[in-house]
Design a protein around this ligand. Structure first.
Ligand SMILES: *Cc1c(COP(=O)(O)O)cnc(C)c1O
Length: 387
């Protein structure tokens, strides 16, 4: 059975976790500090706060950026639920902007159109969350310009794009966005089982998310109203238990060392798919913009099901019989019953995202996928569209 993604764990990962188990710290200890330092260095960020998962990272980002009731926050419909849900968690109002049909990332021109529509109603957009979908960075230069021009906060939900480069820079994410979030779920580029991180160059935001990560508690003498003794702590705001533990962090340290190799493997696999499907009329392969290094968390292949006279549902079933479990990324978030019911979104609101959803399948891509296995996937796809 092959699925669209899975972790790569080797003996060095196992040894790293076992080492922590034998030590004194099972939850936040020295491995957390090392992991955060390694993340800062790799991604070129002044601060990195490792956390329970990618959704928690988005949740605390919204709170640290001060989103509240009445604020409007924009994201793409072509993303995982968490990207939009974090807006709702903060009590703010989610809205969407359609994707660019070539990069499948939020379209900056439509973002600016949306800003102007709200302006004409006397309203202001608080923040935009871009998603580097599949591993292709958004047009961050354009998004940054809009953010500066209209005083909008910019967040990068960077879960798909670890190891990607933008304008030949692997450390692009924190250069453009005010806050960057990642996930280390097993299907992502590197894993900690469950896990995530929040990156920022802003010390205040970092301090805020660290406090919120652990119940809103502080022991920092400069922050305390009084000091009863060495046991004393204060809680000034309501926080959560969103901690990541040292077992997870040890795995993360070990995985991060292999990230460049993982990305190079993913690129090799993508190249083979490009060759297999690139010149066939029935398919649309993912395009890569100039000066972009795609990280290929996903290989989003579009099949022109209408022209191929094949039903997507049927295609999935035939592929499953052949041992290949496909996925679709993503059902446009505005079409989820919750969002339709509570915010009045409708079919047709974001036509590119909806069309993309109809065509897209995510086919197996992960470092351990062997050349022969990949050929099997390619043969199965070619076979399955013809029955
Ligand atoms: C995986 C993912 C998340 C959520 O991360 P978890 O660690 O599963 O909570 C959020 N956004 C995007 C784009 C993702 O791919």
């Amino acid at each position: 059975m092959y699925s669209y993604g899975r972790q790569s764990i080797d003996q060095s990962d196992i040894d790293a976790v076992v080492e922590v188990l034998k030590g004194d710290w099972l939850t936040q200890g020295p491995a957390l500090e090392t992991f955060e330092n390694d993340l800062k260095i790799y991604f070129g960020s002044n601060h990195a706060c490792a956390i329970a998962n990618g959704t928690a990272a988005l949740h605390l980002t919204g709170l640290a950026l001060g989103w509240k009731l009445g604020d409007i926050v924009i994201t793409t419909p072509t993303t995982f639920l968490s990207t939009a849900n974090c807006i709702v968690y903060a009590g703010a109002t989610p809205d969407f902007v359609d994707i660019d049909p070539l990069t499948y990332t939020i379209n900056p021109n439509l973002v600016e159109d949306k800003v102007k529509i709200y302006q004409s109603q006397g309203k202001k957009i608080k923040a935009v969350i871009g998603v580097d979908y599949a591993g292709h960075p958004c047009d961050w230069k354009a998004l940054r310009e809009i953010a500066n021009k209209y005083d909008i906060q910019l967040v990068n939900d960077n879960c798909h794009a670890l190891g990607a480069s933008y304008l030949d820079d692997k450390q692009y994410a924190v250069k453009y966005a005010d806050v960057v979030t990642q996930s280390y779920h097993p299907v992502k580029h590197i894993t900690t089982g469950e896990g995530g991180a929040i990156f920022t160059n802003d010390a205040k935001i970092d301090e805020e998310v660290r406090t919120l990560r652990s119940h809103g508690m502080t022991k920092n003498p400069e922050k305390l109203d009084k000091d009863d003794g060495p046991w004393y702590y204060e809680m000034c705001k309501i926080g959560f238990n969103y901690r990541i533990n040292d077992l997870q962090c040890a795995l993360g340290i070990s995985q991060l060392r292999k990230l460049d190799f993982f990305v190079s493997r993913r690129r090799e696999i993508a190249k083979q798919y490009d060759i297999a499907f690139g010149s066939d009329e029935g398919f649309i392969i993912p395009s890569v913009s100039k000066n972009i290094g795609h990280a290929f968390h996903l290989y989003p292949l579009q099949l022109k099901f209408d022209e191929l006279n094949t039903e997507k549902k049927h295609f999935f079933e035939v592929m499953k019989i052949r041992g290949i479990i496909l996925q679709v990324h993503y059902i446009p978030v505005h079409l989820q019953p919750y969002y339709q019911r509570n915010y009045d979104f409708r079919v047709g609101d974001f036509p590119y995202a909806e069309q993309f959803y109809k065509n897209e399948i995510s086919i197996p891509i992960y470092p351990d996928l062997l050349f022969e296995q990949q050929q099997q996937v390619i043969n199965s796809i070619n076979h399955s569209i013809n029955i």
